[in-house]
Design a binder for this molecule. Structure first.
Ligand SMILES: [Zn+2]
Length: 603
């Protein structure tokens, strides 16, 4: 169980935009010049001087390329090629012949106004990194491989016999078709011009570790290369940080990257559209974490995921995101926006899972009022989002956009749409969510997502003496109860190999009848009625860490009633809670219960 939880926490389609770095304006001049010279000049190789534009001197000819002595294929304005319209599962492994957008390259490699596709070949030639003593990490070799056949079409490129083929060009064609689709949709429908350059998109990403070492979440495939079970939007700044650390070559632009992990993330159109939407959102929106009166709030980053899912689903007119890309790893991770998820009950404190709250709410709006209105309203709101926009602010902005868009409608229609929109966003908890859940028996292994409840650690948050959780808990205490026993098990946090990373160390802030509240002006201020100091985490034989406490005396209200509990993490490591339990001791605290505390006073 522990291994699976660690693994699946790492493999969901993640935005790599963790830090809130400032995004520079895209270098439109350079990008435009690049495109123009690609299409109009014979000096392509000189102007667009990337090593990837020429064949490697020693390597074998790339697969799918025309033989070197053949006449160059004609450049077609409407080349034909095969794609999965959705993904291999939804399409039942049948590819569909479509018209591809024309390239802007002389040799027909897959680059145009929107995207610059590279394969990442399992061969020497990629960057080599030596992160620490004696270990070498080799990245695959980026190279655009796909070329048209002699007739100018791409119909010779089909899915490979083996899905685990780490070098296939079908991945390139999928990426080319769907990034262009996404770019042209955002440009035509919403006026997005900040991605008007060939966005680098890399398929078949894998890496090789020498000597081979086991890293959790990264299986070594039959070809000796480690599988990369994810896809990501890679802002230029994030790459630069990595590049500076490991001596990698610089990149001019943001990029999107797609792994090969025994199955190919590029074969799932929804995954491509999801990552592209992250690029649209960019690095100066929805990457922050908010400290509010209820605790930490990750709804900005969750909304980044929820919006990426929503636009992926809306562009495909299909509510399911990642049926193949995620589903081949873990069926419980597939995100079906037609399945309502609500705040607070469905909060799991993991941004992709919590993104489903916004995603499913927007899908419900789309079902009610159609894609045209809701896409426009959501995008209009999105352009006003900042780094720390929350569910509540986003919900208000979306209602305001709907209101604006329907203002020309007759009086018996427009206001009704606005009212219903507000009602749907409230029903899903995008609006007016109080982040509190009942503390009851819970086991992460019994939920399809297999995700623990996280409480951030001081190592991640820094400036506070203890870190409040993302949401609070309540327990209804009967009158005259002798004690309330609360226990939780945590999986080890991080650490190389998934062990040795320690765990969270939680205390409980308690308030009678209302939420604990927090202020952050000078350290952490807590408005509470009692504080339960809990014994430190005890390592268990199976590798978990356990904590527990029995609340008595002044921890509990004299006449019973609802108590609210906020978790406070004193450790640097995050708490990853995989099991919780609660027991009310009515007459006396039973023997063997967790250690008691009276919070400093008898009742
Ligand atoms: Zn994402």
């Amino acid at each position: 169980m522990r291994r699976r939880l660690s693994l699946f926490a790492a493999v969901t389609l993640a935005s790599c935009a963790e830090e809130s770095t400032q995004r520079d304006a895209p270098e439109l001049d350079a990008a435009t010049a690049d495109v123009v010279s690609d299409s109009a000049s014979a000096n392509d190789v000189n102007v667009d001087a990337r090593p990837s534009d020429v064949s490697p001197p020693d390597g074998p000819p790339p697969p799918d390329a025309a033989p070197p002595d053949a006449a160059p294929p004609p450049h077609l304005e409407e080349p034909r090629g095969y794609v999965y319209l959705f993904d291999p599962i939804t399409d039942r492994r049948d590819v569909t012949e479509v018209t591809l957008p024309p390239t802007t390259t002389l040799d027909g490699h897959l680059k145009n106004h929107a995207v610059d596709v590279s394969n990442c070949l399992k061969e020497p030639g990629g960057p080599v990194v030596m992160p620490f003593g004696g270990i070498t990490v080799t990245l695959c070799h980026e190279l655009p491989v796909a070329r048209p056949a002699a007739d100018g079409h791409y119909l010779h490129i089909e899915p490979p016999a083996d899905e685990a083929d780490g070098n296939d060009s079908f991945a390139e064609v999928m990426m080319y078709a769907f990034v262009t689709k996404a770019h042209d949709y955002f440009k035509a429908r919403h006026g997005v011009d900040w991605l008007d350059f060939p966005l680098p998109a890399i398929v078949n990403l894998q890496f090789k570790i020498t000597p081979p070492l086991p890293i959790p979440g990264f299986t070594v495939g039959a070809n000796g290369w480690s599988e990369f079970p994810n896809a990501a939007y890679f802002p230029r700044e994030t790459w630069e940080a990595l590049a500076a650390q490991f001596g990698l070559p610089p990149r001019e632009h943001d990029s999107i990257i797609f792994g090969q992990a025994g199955h190919d993330f590029s074969y799932d159109a929804s995954v491509i559209l999801h990552e592209y939407t992250h690029a649209v959102i960019g690095t100066d929106r929805l990457n922050g974490r908010v400290f509010d009166a209820q605790g930490l709030d990750d709804s900005p980053r969750a909304m980044n995921e929820g919006l990426a899912d929503y636009f992926a689903a809306s562009l495909q007119d299909m509510a399911i995101v990642g049926k193949y890309g995620i589903g081949k790893l873990q069926s419980g991770g597939v995100r079906d926006l037609a399945r309502p998820m609500r705040c607070p009950n469905d909060l799991l404190n993991e941004i992709h899972a919590d993104g489903r709250i916004l995603g499913s709410a927007l899908w419900a709006l789309r079902e009610a009022f159609g894609a045209d209105l809701i896409d426009a309203a959501v995008f209009g709101a999105l352009t006003q989002f900042g780094d720390e926009t929350t569910f509540q602010q986003a919900g208000e902005l979306i209602v305001a956009e709907v209101s604006e868009l329907v203002s020309e409608l007759p009086e018996d229609m427009g206001p009704a749409i606005v009212d219903r929109s507000r009602a749907i966003l409230t029903e899903f908890g995008v609006l007016d969510c109080e982040r509190v859940k009942e503390w009851e028996g819970w086991n992460a292994g019994l939920r399809s997502e297999l995700l623990p409840y996280m409480v951030a650690g001081k190592g991640e948050v820094g400036r506070l003496e203890a870190v409040p959780g993302f949401h609070q808990w309540y327990v209804d205490v009967p009158p005259l109860a002798a004690g309330v026993e609360l226990k939780w098990d945590m999986q080890p946090a991080g650490g190389f190999g998934g062990v040795g990373g320690g765990s969270g160390d939680l205390d409980l802030a308690i308030r009678f009848g209302e939420l604990v509240t927090f202020g952050y002006a000078a350290g952490l201020q807590v408005t509470e009625d009692a504080r339960a100091l809990v014994d430190g985490p005890m390592p268990q034989p199976e590798g978990f860490f356990s904590q527990g406490v029995t609340l008595t005396g002044a921890c509990l209200p004299a006449d019973g009633g609802r108590i609210y509990l906020a978790l406070l993490n004193k450790a640097d490591a995050p708490a990853a809670i995989v099991r919780m339990s609660r027991m009310v001791h009515q007459d006396s605290v039973a023997e063997g219960a967790a250690p008691s505390t009276d919070c400093g006073a008898e009742r």
